[in-house]
Design a protein. Structure first.
Length: 375
């Protein structure tokens, strides 16, 4: 249900639907079950070291190293996703209503607390939080807003409000814990991430919309190209042929099924419907991983679109394979996909069963290969 990858790509920690907490040694291709009483949404690897987070079913959060050393333990509310910085001083966690709090015990303060809807209960999706320690920013994303007010118009902490203004893609300051900007445009369930250097935010949603922003000018939204149609050109007069409203000049071929459907159409295998966005090559390239439904007739395929930061055009389509089928078949499992950008590593859970698949990305060849299937 959730996993985290160490920055060097050597370890993966996972929490599972049955309560198991598992530590995976990627180099030695071994695993160890550390607990059978873990919060299923609590696996998280802290940047830059060998320490990770998890929470037990008594609501105690554990900060510990891969050798078993416990750095810190504290009681907290049941987390639906949490993160911690490499100094162990800044801890952020989301609750079931998509409220975000900083700190714990007597020092816990609300960061985003402005309604109980949308929430995990209504959407079936985790409010994703991604840190950029280098850029001193973080991003949250849950349910997208096509339009939204500005952060200077509505406060992020307003417990009396019922419907939140902040559950879309939001950029935050990691030092002040104040919102920098709402980043509207997406609709329905949305995933977003921030580049390790804090310069770029990229998003994608279940409505096939994808955008990116430079964090120095968050008011400027940039479209990601549709895989099949390119980029919509705004400002043109009405009445032109449909193709004139689209720029498809730099599209690449989308992998398609070998056989046509009943309408004679060779359906594309890569879908821009997004379940996860992950940087895979430092802050230079990221993957847009689409929702893909498993089909018993064997026609399922899973591809990720490769993008350059700041470039709207897909650069390649990378095959994730279907044996085993990766955990991209359910929006409640968007925490079960993670990457180590500096190690060029992507890890997913399995759609069925409790294993992981480790992929290595070759930035020279722009290929993705399975390095290990752990079960």
């Amino acid at each position: 249900m959730a996993l985290g990858v160490s920055s060097d790509g050597k370890y993966v920690v996972t929490t599972h639907e049955d309560g198991a907490l598992v530590l995976w040694d990627v180099e030695r291709k071994k695993r160890e079950v550390l607990s059978n009483e873990a919060n299923i949404y609590s696996a998280y690897f802290i940047e830059g070291g060998d320490a990770f987070l998890w929470q037990d079913q008594d609501d105690v959060v554990h900060v510990q190293r891969v050798d078993g050393e416990v750095i810190e333990e504290f009681e907290h509310f049941p987390t639906y996703g949490h993160v911690m910085d490499s100094t162990f001083s800044d801890y952020l966690a989301s609750d079931i209503d998509w409220n975000i709090f900083h700190g714990y015990w007597d020092d816990m303060q609300p960061v985003m607390q402005d309604g109980i809807s949308p929430s995990f209960k209504g959407s079936g999706k985790i409010l994703k939080i991604t840190l950029s320690e280098q850029g001193r920013k973080f991003v949250s994303a849950g349910l997208g807003d096509r339009e939204s007010p500005g952060v200077d118009e509505v406060p992020a902490v307003a417990p009396e409000r019922r419907f939140s203004n902040y559950t879309g893609v939001t950029l935050w300051d990691l030092d002040t814990f104040q919102p920098i900007a709402m980043l509207p445009g997406n609709s329905f369930k949305v995933d977003a991430t921030i580049s390790p250097d804090g310069q770029w935010v990229a998003s994608g949603d279940e409505n096939t919309l994808g955008f990116f922003w430079n964090t120095q000018s968050p008011e400027e939204r940039h479209d990601m190209a549709s895989y099949n149609y390119g980029i919509f050109i705004e400002g043109l007069p009405d009445g032109l042929p449909e193709e004139d409203y689209r720029d498809d000049s730099e599209l690449i071929d989308v992998p398609r099924k070998e056989k046509p459907d009943e309408h004679g159409i060779y359906r594309p295998l890569a879908t821009p419907t997004t379940i996860a966005i992950n940087f895979i090559n430092g802050s230079e390239e990221f993957l847009r991983i689409g929702y893909s439904q498993y089909r018993k007739d064997g026609t399922s395929q899973t591809y990720a679109g490769l993008f350059e930061a700041g470039n709207p055009w897909p650069q390649a389509y990378l095959d994730l394979g279907t044996d085993p089928f990766p955990s991209i078949n359910n929006y409640s499992r968007n925490l079960s996909i993670d990457s180590a950008p500096d190690a060029n590593l992507l890890v997913t859970g399995h759609a069925f069963g409790g294993g992981i698949t480790v992929y290595r990305y070759d930035p020279e060849e722009r290929t993705l290969a399975k390095a290990w299937v752990g079960r």
